[in-house]
Structures are given as structure tokens and as C-alpha cells.
Write a protein that binds this ligand. Structure first.
Ligand code: NAP
Length: 312
């Protein structure tokens, strides 16, 4: 297999898939590397209502449409979890966990973020045993059960509402007395009879019985009183960690939280390495801002490669 490309896109969420459309249409030899299903966080989302032109679409449908579009101009979709990028100037060597390596003039990093975990001893053992980070994947297992959702951002608000179609009751626990998520999602939560909101409480630990979630302990932030909530399911939605471990050996590319630092052209301090989507420092992490980044990076990759070739 020829493993030389003009552009390698790492990650097949909305940013990566859009970069693939634009790079393919620009005639660049392009590969996209992804270790999971295409769509990124979109594919784990129930309904998407804020992507212009499609006011109500399932995350799976939008992911599949973007995926089909992304490969229709010749971009190759390759399996692979990237562990390292070696900068050799005009060429970047992209290495994957399974020992493959690819090279390209430009790398577009669109790896997004992973779920932040609570940091309790049961995080690993209880995963899949009542603990889940994906309501769309696992919600149906909680038919007529009581579930707890933790967090006040858009993810927690939206997934709480989603879970009400299965669960008998959803208790949404936030650590302040206000939500972080947008007004529209807040309204949907507050107007849903199946959702009870518990404010100013922080999680203390899981309650476990026979290797499964049996509930959750919370502490009141004002009184420090600890309470126990019996529940069969716990869904933490407490934010995200950028998926950028493979960039740690590149000085100046990441900020202290691991987000990519990029200029207006979305290029990092390493010429030829660009960032797009949730993985970069930005204020608004949305599908529409991710797709915008994807277009910008692919267009800038085209100019970068033209420049490189004109000097050769
Ligand atoms: P987020 O916006 O960062 O919200 C995380 C929530 O978890 C916050 O309410 C935070 O509380 C809480 N939290 C953090 N650590 C905690 C802890 N240890 N214990 C208890 N609570 C904790 O994360 P997100 O909801 O996953 O969203 C990530 C990004 O994607 C955001 O930019 C969001 O706007 C975007 N997004 C958008 C949509 C949409 O537009 N439809 C949907 C999903 C996600 P505090 O508020 O007190 O800090």
C-alpha cells in the first residue's frame, strides 16, 4: 500500500469529515485515520437540532451522511489510532498503535475530546455495569429504572431529556445552583416531569452492590452533608479532555489543558500541523464550528502544499 499522502486527517468527527470533503475536492491525496465509527461525538448524540438546514436529524444519520460525503471525492478512510507524529519538515510521519506508519505534507488533527471521568475507584470496574457515558448507546438498558445524570452542561441536559424516554425517573445533579448549558436545553429539562434537579451537590462516590451501580453518594456544597441516592444507572457528563496525547512531544502545540494552540489559519507552531474542531482552543464547541474549522484547515493545507511544491 502506498502510504504517502498530501494530507492526513486524524479523527472522523464533523471537523475531520468536512476537511476530507474539502481536501478531496481540492484534488489532494488524502487519508483519514480513525479507530472508531465515523461521526465522533455526533454518532453518540440522539437528535441534533442546531445544524443549519437540517432542523431535526439523528446523530447517526448526520454522521453517516457526512461520512459518505467525505469519501465521495477520493479520501481514503483508514483504521488507526495515532500514537505519534514525527516532524521531518516537509514530511510528517504519522504512526499508529498497530505499528503502521504513513507520511504526508500536512496533518490535520481533528481528534476532539474524550469524556472526563469522576476519578473514583469504581470508574473502570463499573463501566458497563450501570455506569455509562453514552445515553444513546445504553439508555434502553434502563427501562423503568431510576438513573442519575451528573453535570450541568449541554451534554448532561440533553442526555437527561433523552433518558426520560426509558427511565422511570432521572435525577440531574449539578454542583452549582445554575446550569452551564444553553437556555433551550434548560427549558426542556425544567419542563420535563420525569427529571428532578438536585443543585449544589458534588459526587462523593459510587454505591456498588454485587459489582453493579446501586446508587451514588453526594455532598451538599453548603452544609457538607452527605446523602445517598438509590439508582440503577449513573451517567457522568462532566466535561471533556482533549485527545492530544500523541502531540505531547511537540513543544508549544498544546496549552496546559491539552487543547491545541492554533493561529487564525488554524496552524500550530509546527508548520504543516493544523487543528480543527473541539480539539483546539475555542469558545464555542459545536458541530457547525467544527465543520467550519474542517473547511478552513483543508483550504489552508491546499495553499501550504502548493507553496511547498512551488519551492521544490
Ligand atoms: P461542559 O460544558 O464543560 O459542562 C460540564 C459540566 O460538568 C458543568 O456543568 C460542570 O459544572 C460539571 N462538572 C465538571 N466537573 C465536575 C465534577 N467533578 N463534579 C460535578 N460536576 C462537574 O461539558 P459538556 O456538556 O460535555 O459540553 C462540552 C462542549 O460541547 C461544550 O462546549 C458544549 O457547549 C458543547 N456541546 C454542545 C451541544 C449542543 O450545542 N447541542 C451538545 C453537547 C455539547 P460547572 O458548570 O459548575 O463548571
Amino acid at each position: 500500500m502506498d502510504s504517502n499522502y498530501d494530507v492526513i486527517i486524524i479523527g472522523a468527527g464533523p471537523a475531520g469529515l468536512t476537511a476530507a470533503v474539502y481536501a478531496g475536492r481540492a484534488g489532494l491525496k488524502t487519508a483519514m485515520l480513525e479507530p472508531e465509527a465515523p461521526g465522533g461525538k455526533m454518532v453518540k448524540t440522539d437528535i441534533i437540532c442546531n445544524y443549519p438546514g437540517v432542523d431535526n436529524v439523528t446523530g447517526v444519520d448526520l454522521s453517516m451522511k457526512m461520512f459518505e460525503h467525505s469519501t465521495s471525492y477520493g479520501t481514503e478512510y483508514l483504521y488507526g489510532r495515532v500514537v505519534e507524529i514525527v516532524d521531518e519538515g516537509d514530511w510528517k510521519i504519522v504512526k499508529t498503535e498497530d505499528g503502521n506508519s504513513y507520511q504526508s505534507h500536512v496533518v490535520i488533527v481533528a481528534t476532539g475530546t474524550n469524556e472526563r471521568t469522576l476519578g473514583f475507584a469504581g470508574d473502570d470496574a463499573l463501566l458497563g455495569h450501570g455506569l455509562s457515558y453514552c445515553a444513546v448507546c445504553d439508555g434502553a438498558f434502563f427501562k423503568e429504572k431510576h438513573v442519575v445524570v451528573i453535570g450541568g452542561g449541554n451534554s448532561a441536559l440533553e442526555e437527561s431529556v433523552y433518558l426520560t424516554q426509558f427511565a422511570k425517573k432521572v435525577t440531574l445533579v449539578i454542583r452549582r445552583d445554575v446550569f452551564r448549558g444553553d437556555d433551550s436545553s434548560q427549558r426542556q429539562v425544567l419542563n420535563n416531569d420525569k427529571i428532578e434537579v438536585l443543585r449544589k451537590h458534588v459526587p462523593v462516590d459510587y454505591i456498588e452492590k454485587d459489582g453493579r451501580i446501586a446508587g451514588m453518594k453526594f455532598k451538599n456544597v453548603d452544609t457538607e452533608e452527605v446523602c445517598e441516592i438509590d439508582a440503577e444507572g449513573v451517567f457522568p457528563y462532566i466535561g471533556a479532555i482533549p485527545a492530544t496525547d500523541f502531540l505531547k512531544n511537540h513543544e508549544g502545540v498544546l496549552d496546559s489543558e491539552g487543547y491545541m494552540i492554533v493561529g487564525d489559519d488554524l496552524q500550530s507552531v509546527v508548520p504543516g500541523i493544523y487543528g480543527a474542531g473541539d480539539v483546539i482552543q475555542k469558545h464555542l464547541r459545536q458541530i457547525v464550528t467544527a465543520t467550519s474549522d474542517g473547511a478552513v484547515t483543508a483550504q489552508n493545507a491546499f495553499s501550504y502544499i502548493q507553496d511547498l511544491k512551488s519551492k521544490a
